[in-house]
Write a protein that binds this ligand. Structure first.
Ligand SMILES: NC(=O)c1ccc[n+]([C@@H]2O[C@H](COP(=O)([O-])OP(=O)(O)OC[C@H]3O[C@@H](n4cnc5c(N)ncnc54)[C@H](O)[C@@H]3O)[C@@H](O)[C@H]2O)c1
Length: 399
């Protein structure tokens, strides 16, 4: 089976490589020339455990990258699916344009799999009409992805996944391809159910995190330790509250619930409020920083150091991260000094690339991301505000 994966970002690259390493002929396509050049010069384009080794295996099996789609039996689309800030509706332009480009080169009857997360109904509304206009009549499939950055390779292999198709026969065909690397259960369904269940998964997590964030604020007012309250409540066999934190970032949990709010504004009050609660956390963190500065006679914002710029621990993806939200929302926070061990090139003003220079220049350290690297660093002598409950130093401020 020859497969062309369209979009070689956080999802498309590992997907291409694992398919190539497991007996499929794979060409990866990305419109970004720099990504294509790097891959063809044996440079892996982002940090992820095990990705380098997988790249070597895939290269031995003939994996190459191109800037245009190529002829193949199956196409897997893994391009971005942002939402529009005002309407909260999906912006389908990247998927539509990728589909158009693929239709130009494909042979009639190839399979077109959309892996990108889309709002429920997107394929019928925005993709099927483009496909019907062409004379190529590909089989349309939705196979959403649920891997966790930081554990992508093991999750690609072990997670359960969903394949939505118009017929059992096509779903089975696509299942056989995913089975070349996926050991988890592969559930077959229709396209609209696959679209909805993917968005629902991330929405569930967003609401659960919002509940934990609200509890953090309630427990602060009540003078209680929210982590202990959650730890004890989770002893109940049917309770599983997630942990509070400084906000929600990344391109999944902070985006997908908006698709439901955009399409069903009257029926999504809880979902909308959860988004608002999580989006308000960076501001809450700022208010706590100001309180802690007062308590410790720290008078200058430039004496505050923010540890962590990525949206989660041990990844180099900063998209929509709580630290970026903090910097965007609050002008005074622009004076903070920022450090992240995984962002090795300067991306924003006041970013310090060296930990010892960072720590020397600040009095208060705010932990926004609990990268493993933190375990090897000393914060001695500093006031610490740990929004991730990641360290056990005495006198550490919590959310
Ligand atoms: N990142 C995650 O953890 C994650 C997890 C599950 C699902 N998803 C979903 O997967 C999809 C892709 O996300 P991502 O994080 O990999 O995005 P990304 O931005 O890392 O990668 C997308 C890539 O697509 C390329 N691209 C855009 N238009 C193109 C076109 N017409 N032809 C070829 N290449 C094109 C871009 O240059 C980019 O390299 C999104 O729908 C996202 O919601 C992401």
């Amino acid at each position: 089976m020859k497969i062309n994966v369209i979009g070689l970002g956080y999802i498309g690259l590992p997907t291409s490589l694992i398919l190539a390493a497991n007996g499929n002929t794979v060409v990866g396509t990305d419109t970004n020339q720099e990504i294509v050049n790097k891959l063809n010069n044996n440079i892996v384009t982002f940090e992820e455990g095990g990705l380098g080794d997988l790249f070597l295996e895939a290269s031995k099996s003939g994996f190459t990258a191109e800037t245009h789609p190529v002829k193949a039996d199956m196409y897997i689309i893994t391009v971005p699916t942002p939402y529009m800030k005002e309407s909260k509706l999906i912006d389908p332009k990247y998927v539509q344009s990728a589909v158009r480009q693929v239709l130009e080169v494909m042979n009639a009857g190839a399979i077109l799999v959309i892996e990108s997360t889309v709002s429920p109904g997107t394929i019928d509304k925005y993709i099927r009409p483009i496909v019907l206009e062409s004379n190529k009549s590909p089989e349309l499939v939705h196979a959403p992805e649920r891997i966790l950055p930081g554990a992508m390779i093991s999750e690609l292999i072990n997670n359960s996944r969903t394949i939505g198709a118009d017929s059992q026969e096509v779903a089975e065909k696509v299942k056989r391809v995913y089975e070349t690397f996926c050991k988890g259960e592969i559930v077959l369904t229709d396209i609209r159910t696959a679209e909805m269940s993917k968005v629902v998964e991330n929405t569930y997590r967003d609401i659960n995190i919002a509940f934990a964030n609200e509890l953090a604020q309630v427990c602060r007012e009540a003078g209680l330790d929210v982590y202990e309250v959650i730890r004890i409540a989770n002893k109940h066999p049917r309770v599983n509250i997630l942990q509070p934190g400084p906000g929600v970032g990344g391109h999944c949990i902070s985006v997908d619930p908006w698709f439901l709010v955009g399409d069903y504004p009257e029926s999504t009050k809880l979902i909308h409020q959860a988004r608002r609660t999580n989006d308000s956390m960076p501001n809450y963190v700022f208010d706590r920083i100001v309180e802690i500065m007062k308590e410790n006679n720290i008078t200058e914002f430039s004496k505050v150091g923010i540890y962590g710029l990525t949206y989660k621990e041990n990844v180099d993806d900063m998209r929509e991260s709580p630290t970026l939200q903090l910097l965007e929302n609050i002008p005074q926070s622009k004076e903070f000094i920022i450090y992240d061990p995984l962002i090795i090139e300067k991306k924003i003003a006041n970013q310090e690339l060296d930990f010892s220079n960072f720590i020397k220049s600040v009095e208060l350290v705010v932990i926004m991301v609990n990268h493993d690297q933190l375990k090897n660093q000393s914060l001695e002598g500093k006031v610490v505000f740990d929004t991730k409950n990641s360290i056990t130093l005495p006198n550490t401020y919590k959310l």
